[in-house]
Design a binder for this molecule. Structure first.
Ligand code: C2E
Ligand code: MG
Ligand code: MG
Length: 741
């Protein structure tokens, strides 16, 4: 290393910027130059900082000894090397020194506080370096003088702080702040490139219950496991997953606008999250709801897009949970409706708007009615009938399930006590109601009040009652068994069924959910093998089996073949009023004959909706009579030749190319070129929509898709009017356009 007094003295003097006369009154024995050198050497030895100089070619002429030590090379070995050899310049996207340092050096600029990584193989060390170009008297560039200091510690703490500021410390996912920034950046960049970007807003179902029953540490552990599952399912490196707080997650999915693919992805996420968790030795089960919004269709900027996804999430929660939902503009009125339902539910019981309806359950062999299941029904004075799948979750959340459940229990028991014979009555009880300490005694009261023999009462529970504290659940089971009532496990086969429950909980019956039964007649479907094994297990444990939701003969035949003991479903009867039941029973034994379609038709839905039909440059209004994934039946045009091509306009930018495959009078059967997909709410929607970018090109302002029907704007010929319509139009009943399915 070049340590020759003179040359390094010159360098140091320059670097330290000291002036001779500052030190005029110093120690008499040493010259100011000597003192300066000593100070500088002290400084170098302390390891706090170091000096360097280079020649006009950018090669080192001096560098402090500590640098050679750090880099693990012999003292002096660095002289003659290019200055860049001291650093690793090829990494860390936060610090593009790789490009800036050579640029600065070749431009002969002064620089300071430039962060660089030491070219050390042993440790990650960071320096902050400075340099000043040197010129001789003639103005020729002579090289650089510079210095460096170690900034490893401060850099690390900055990095930690910025990590903390951007990531959630519990799950390691991006936090709300980072997700907001990312979404903003993506949407801004994508707008000019006319690209699309979807987001998921995800909220866990029943997370609060886990937190309340198992404690916060268990809740934290659960969130960590949820985060891991999300990372596994959404492994695409372009997706960014974040936790916004509590049990709320967000996913950014760039470049996807296919609602078929998004729906499938959302369903996979929901299924994965709904699998059981092992937390501190306890098994627990939660669910998830997802709201989906896609830019630019449902929002151009991040604020609007997030608001749309939030609204979709709110709707999916309200729609019964465990679902996904796409944003659509009619969700605004749906959200309003839900708020009203919440408000009105408090008065519904007191004002006699609630009723109980009873659905017969028949013996699979004899077709004798063996029991009836009680369902609550709410007739709202303005909104009409509201389904229990809507108001039961709301009642649970609003702490109204206790009084509502009690009322149903009392009503059902006293109605059943009036029926002749020994038919059983089954009452649904939700987990929140079951966990209430007074539950067993309210069952006892309902029995005493009605004088119904306990063996005629059956309590239907879902697996979620076994979540959380097992011993509490077991105590209630014992209390109910002591009363003499029987217990049925409801909704078996919906997501997280565990056969192990059956061995521990004293159930008398398993009810196989309709979701599990659909598809059972399809030879490729494995459900029938699974049902056979459930029936086998139930038989050997002395439990009964009921198949729910049987609508068609092929399903009924399959259930009989598989040995299911009891059947419930529209093929026998829908839920009936107390009076209807009493009347049917009055004549003695009640037998029902199966009456339904021969095959279950999964996706033909009867609808009555106005849609647009576009042919050439004309738009007709027609009535849609039924709809399936592959096509629809419309009424309104007269004498349409077969194979005529149309574009069906469902509104809100949903267009489907279709061909007339059948045509008779004013009715046409249309086949879609691209099949429709699930909209998450039991309906159908188109995979793609008209892009707001396209509408903007046609002269509309760039905005999220507005409600209504607007493809005519796209077809208007500049200056020219429309051609003469090809088809005559039949009279139509007036209804307002609504969602596709
Ligand atoms: P669940 O206990 O599994 O009841 C079966 C549901 O399927 C009922 O819907 C019933 O009307 C319907 N269903 C019956 N047969 C068929 C069929 O062949 N095809 C189809 N597609 N559906 C059929 P509902 O009455 O809307 O009740 C929905 C859920 O709400 C019930 O599911 C139950 O979990 C809950 N629920 C209803 N009433 C009460 C209540 O009073 N208390 C509590 N806690 N929950 C209730
Ligand atoms: Mg039930
Ligand atoms: Mg059920």
């Amino acid at each position: 290393m070049a340590t020759s007094g003179n040359s390094s003295f010159g360098v140091l003097r320059n670097l330290l910027g000291s002036r001779r006369d500052d030190h005029g009154a110093g120690e008499a024995a040493k010259s100011p130059e000597e003192q300066l050198l000593e100070l500088a050497q002290d400084y170098e030895r302390s390891g706090l900082g170091w000096f360097w100089s280079s020649n006009a070619e950018g090669r080192l002429t001096y560098v402090s000894e500590c640098v050679a030590q750090v880099l693990g090379v012999a003292p002096g070995a660095l002289v003659g090397q290019p200055i860049q050899s001291l650093f690793i310049l090829d990494r860390d996207d936060d610090d593009p020194v790789e490009r800036t340092l050579p640029l600065i050096l070749s431009a002969r600029k002064t620089f300071s506080e430039l962060p660089v990584k030491a070219a050390s193989e042993d440790a990650e060390l960071w320096w902050s370096i400075a340099g000043r170009p040197q010129y001789d008297a003639q103005g020729n560039f002579r090289g650089y003088h510079g210095n460096g200091i170690d900034v490893t510690a401060t850099r690390q703490s900055h990095k930690d702080a910025s990590r903390l500021a951007q990531y959630d410390s519990l799950t390691g996912l991006a936090n709300r702040h980072r997700m907001g920034k990312r979404l903003n950046a993506v949407l801004t960049a994508y707008r000019s490139a006319k690209r699309s970007c979807a987001i998921f807003m995800l909220d866990l179902d029943r997370f609060k219950q886990v937190n309340d029953t198992l404690g916060h540490p268990a809740g934290d552990e659960l969130l960590k496991q949820v985060a891991q599952r999300l990372k596994r399912v959404l492994a695409d490196k372009n997706f960014e997953i974040g936790r916004l707080g509590g049990d709320e997650f967000q996913v950014i999915l760039p470049d996807i606008d296919d609602r078929g693919r998004l729906g499938e992805l959302a369903m996979t996420v929901i299924t994965m999250i709904s699998q059981p968790y092992q937390i501190e030795g306890s098994r627990c089960v939660i669910g998830a709801s997802i709201g989906i919004a896609i830019a630019p269709y449902d929002g151009i900027n991040s604020e609007d897009l997030v608001r749309s996804a939030d609204l979709a999430l709110y709707a999916s929660k309200g729609g019964g949970r465990g679902q996904f939902r796409f944003y659509s503009s009619d969700l605004h009125s749906e959200a309003e409706r839900r708020r009203q339902i919440e408000e009105d539910l408090r008065d519904a019981l007191g004002s006699g708007q609630m009723r109980v309806a009873y659905q017969p359950i028949v013996d699979a062999k004899t077709e004798k009615v063996v029991s009836l299941e009680a369902f609550s029904r709410w007739e709202h004075p303005e909104l009409g009938d509201i389904l229990p799948s809507i108001f039961i979750p709301i009642a649970e959340e609003a702490n109204l399930i206790g009084p509502l459940g009690d009322w149903v229990l009392k009503q059902a028991c006293s109605d059943a006590a009036e029926w002749p014979g020994g038919v059983k009555i089954a009452v649904n009880v939700s987990a929140a109601q079951f966990a209430n300490p007074g539950f067993a005694s309210s069952v006892a009261q309902a029995l005493a009040h009605s004088s119904l023999p306990p063996e005629r009462l059956e309590i239907e529970l879902t697996e979620s009652v076994m979540m959380g504290d097992r011993s509490t659940a077991e105590e209630i089971f014992t209390a109910l068994k002591m009363l003499g009532v029987s217990l049925a496990l409801d909704d078996f086969g919906t997501g997280y069924s565990s056969l192990s429950y059956l061995q521990h909980a004293p159930f008398d019956k398993i009810k196989i959910d309709k979701a599990f039964i659909r598809g059972v007649t399809d030879p490729a479907n494995r459900n029938s093998a699974i049902i056979a094994s459930i029936v086998g297990l139930a038989d050997s444990l002395g439990m009964l089996t009921t198949a729910e939701g049987i609508e068609a003969h092929d399903e009924l035949d399959a259930m009989r073949r598989l040995g299911v003991k009891q059947i419930q479903g529209f093929i026998y009867a829908a839920a009936l009023s107390h009076d209807e039941v009493a009347e049917a029973m009055a004549s003695g034994e009640w037998r029902i004959e199966a009456n339904g379609p021969s095959k279950y038709r999964p996706d033909r839905r009867t609808v009555l909706r106005k849609v647009g039909l576009i042919h050439e440059d004309h738009r007709y209004e027609v009535m849609m009579r039924n709809l399936s994934r592959s096509g629809c039946m419309v009424e309104g045009l007269i004498d349409v030749p077969l194979d005529t091509q149309f574009v069906v306009d469902f509104g809100e930018g949903q267009l489907a190319v279709a061909v007339a495959r059948r045509s008779a009078g004013s009715m046409q059967g249309l086949e879609f070129e691209i099949p429709l997909v699930d909209d998450g709410a039991g309906g159908l929607c188109t995979r793609h929509r008209v892009s707001p970018y396209t509408l903007a090109q046609a002269g509309m302002p760039l905005q999220a898709l507005p409600p209504g029907q607007y493809p005519m704007q796209l077809m208007q010929q500049p200056g020219g009017g429309l051609s003469i319509p090809k088809f005559g139009q039949a009279d139509l009943i007036k209804t307002k356009p609504v969602r596709v399915g």
